[in-house]
Design a binder for this molecule. Structure first.
Ligand code: PEP
Ligand code: MG
Length: 580
């Protein structure tokens, strides 16, 4: 059957490919005791589901097209092996017999035991295999719970088509998502999540089409089904008919040609038509991302979200490991500046999946980012020393997230001095003039800028959180995703005033939230006085092209009109005029 699902586009472009269902094994399963006389029937039900899962995997393998990505076959083999293991094939039977657990519950219990053991493994590759165990079990659970997993679409797939795997998940944490950086997938779609959740941000950094908030994708799509991810409009087309497929293929070709054309701008200076230079920086999550940053011709790294190094592990990265990672970026950027943000852990980026941590009733407003770091000064000092040491190998700047109070800055500056003294004692070099900046991402900070300007060297507006906290919408919750609005007068006023006050005070100011990479907002931000943008490398060239086609004197007055508008429809109309 062919159908379309609507969600929120988080990363543009179009991918045609085959669904690869990925679960984080948080599927709710029924948990009940079966009658003594039902044990044999339950055992048979379990065996049938295990057998059917094996057959499905076998059938999927038999139908893989010759040019399919190698990962697909490897997944299938690995999942078959996992299901053959006695820990999953035999042990649950014992739980059904002795505890009279229903088959689903017996299987999940066994899976959890197995997964716990994975957490204890040091080797990151093996540790990652935990997800494969969860996915293999998920397949059996789906069968036990009555969902059929078809293989027909894959069988019908035209062997000549470009074969790509598209991850279809109910939910993915940023920690799950960062692991996908190592695989080559064609796209990502999830049922839940907001457009500025960190999961979406990582998806965007992968520069492949992605959609969140589809609600029913994981339930309704089968493994191997042909799907189209329209990351431009947030549409997912399942089992497209040939006409639709042909249209999308054409659009894909056009987009590819556009990307190719934009590459010519790599070395062009981003200057408006009236000759004002604009600085374009890139956001990264991992040291390995700098290849794309250089490829995009960025002037430096405007935001290195260092917390991603702290995810998917039980221990904390030691000073030496952090130093090596930061140095790699500082050196790799070949004399271009790198803004290293100190640990912004908490909220949707919980360490160790939140396990063992104090459960916060409202994590986005809890002990996150600078608050967490100041509560854990030894851990913070370790990171500060590692950053300072890396500053000797390039141009490094330090950025502090989630500031609201003067005392948070003062305490951090004291810790930075302490870290410097420790390095002096050890005789380790660092840049003595290292600049310290602050993120303006809490409305309170935007409304009390002098506190920040007096103490810091530069500012960077985190619009993702600024919008979340100004409009009181959880950025990870798709139920309120429609209320996320960068054009809300309150948001625009905070952003505009921050840019203006900082600029008048001679303080460098950037935007590093997702607004900086939104083509629809480039002229508006330029008109409001922004001269420094930091975004995902993939967005840099389209934004540069827009800047090259902008005349500042023309957009300044228009931007003020957008800012003054209090009618949403009028605001959108004015923005459209600005962009025309
Ligand atoms: C922001 O809040 O806009 C930002 C850049 O930081 P993060 O998205 O990592 O919270
Ligand atoms: Mg933020």
């Amino acid at each position: 059957m062919n159908f379309v699902l609507h969600g929120y586009a988080v990363s543009g472009g179009i991918t045609v490919g085959y669904a690869h269902l990925v679960a984080t094994a948080r599927l709710e399963v029924a948990h009940y005791e079966i009658a003594r006389e039902a044990v044999d029937a339950e055992l048979a039900r379990f065996d049938r589901a295990m057998q059917a899962a094996q057959e499905e995997l076998q059938a999927l393998k038999a139908h893989i097209a010759a040019d399919a990505p190698k990962e697909f076959e490897a997944f299938l083999d690995l999942h078959r092996m996992i299901l053959n293991d006695s820990a999953l094939a035999v042990a649950p039977r014992e739980l059904i017999r002795s505890r009279r657990a229903n088959a689903e519950w017996a299987l999940v219990q066994q899976m959890e035991r197995l997964v716990e053991r994975f957490d204890e493994i040091d080797d990151p590759y093996l540790r990652e295999r935990k997800a494969d165990v969860q996915h293999a079990v998920e397949r059996v659970l789906k069968l036990l719970m009555g969902g059929a997993m078809g293989t027909t679409a894959l069988a019908e797939a035209a062997a000549s088509e470009e074969q790509k795997l598209i991850v279809v998940a109910h939910d993915l944490s940023p920690a799950d998502m960062i692991l996908f950086k190592r695989h080559r997938f064609g796209g990502f779609v999830t049922d839940v999540g907001g457009v500025t959740s960190h999961t979406a941000i990582v998806a965007r950094s992968l520069a492949i089409p992605a959609i969140v908030g589809l609600h029913h994708a994981f339930q309704t799509i089968n493994e191997g089904e042909l799907i189209i991810v329209d990351g431009e409009r947030g549409l997912l087309v399942v089992n497209p008919d040939p006409v639709v497929l042909a249209e999308y293929r054409e659009r894909q070709t056009e987009l590819k040609a556009d990307r190719q054309r934009l590459k010519r701008l790599k070395k062009t200076r981003a200057t408006t038509q009236d000759g004002t230079p604009i600085e374009l920086y890139a956001n990264i999550e991992l040291p390995q991302d700098i290849g794309e940053v250089l490829e995009a011709g960025a002037e430096g790294v405007g935001l290195f979200r260092t917390e991603f190094m702290f995810l998917n592990r039980k221990d904390l990265p030691a000073e030496e490991e952090q130093f090596e990672a930061y140095r790699q970026v500082a050196e790799g950027m070949q004399g271009k500046p790198v803004v290293l943000r100190t640990l912004d852990i908490g909220a949707d980026k919980a360490m160790n999946g939140g396990e063992g941590a104090h459960v916060m009733p409202n994590p986005a407003m809890g002990l996150r980012a600078i608050r967490f770091c100041l509560a854990e000064p030894q851990m913070f000092l370790t990171q500060l020393r590692a950053i300072l040491r890396a500053s000797h190998y390039g141009i490094v700047r330090v950025l502090l997230p989630m500031l609201a109070h003067a005392h948070e800055i003062d305490q951090t500056l004291t810790l930075i001095n302490q870290a410097k003294a420790q390095l002096e004692e050890r005789g380790q070099p660092y840049d003595r003039a290292v600049q310290i900046g602050g993120m303006i991402e809490i409305p309170a900070a935007a409304l009390s800028l002098p506190i920040f300007m007096r103490r810091l060297h530069f500012l960077s507006i985190g619009t993702n959180d600024l919008i979340q906290y100004t409009l009181a919408i959880d950025r990870t919750d798709d139920a309120v995703a429609h209320l996320y609005d960068p054009l809300h007068p309150a948001v625009l006023t905070l952003v505009a005033n921050t840019i203006q006050t900082a600029t008048r005070g001679g303080m460098p100011i950037a935007v590093c939230g997702e607004m900086a990479g939104d083509l629809q907002l480039t002229r508006l931000l330029l008109g409001l006085g922004l001269r420094n943008f930091s975004m995902h490398p993939s967005q840099l060239l389209p934004i540069k092209e827009r800047i090259l086609r902008t005349n500042l004197s023309e957009v300044q007055a228009a931007a003020q009109r957008v800012l003054r508008s209090t009618e949403p429809a009028k605001t959108r109309e004015l923005l459209a005029q600005l962009n025309s």
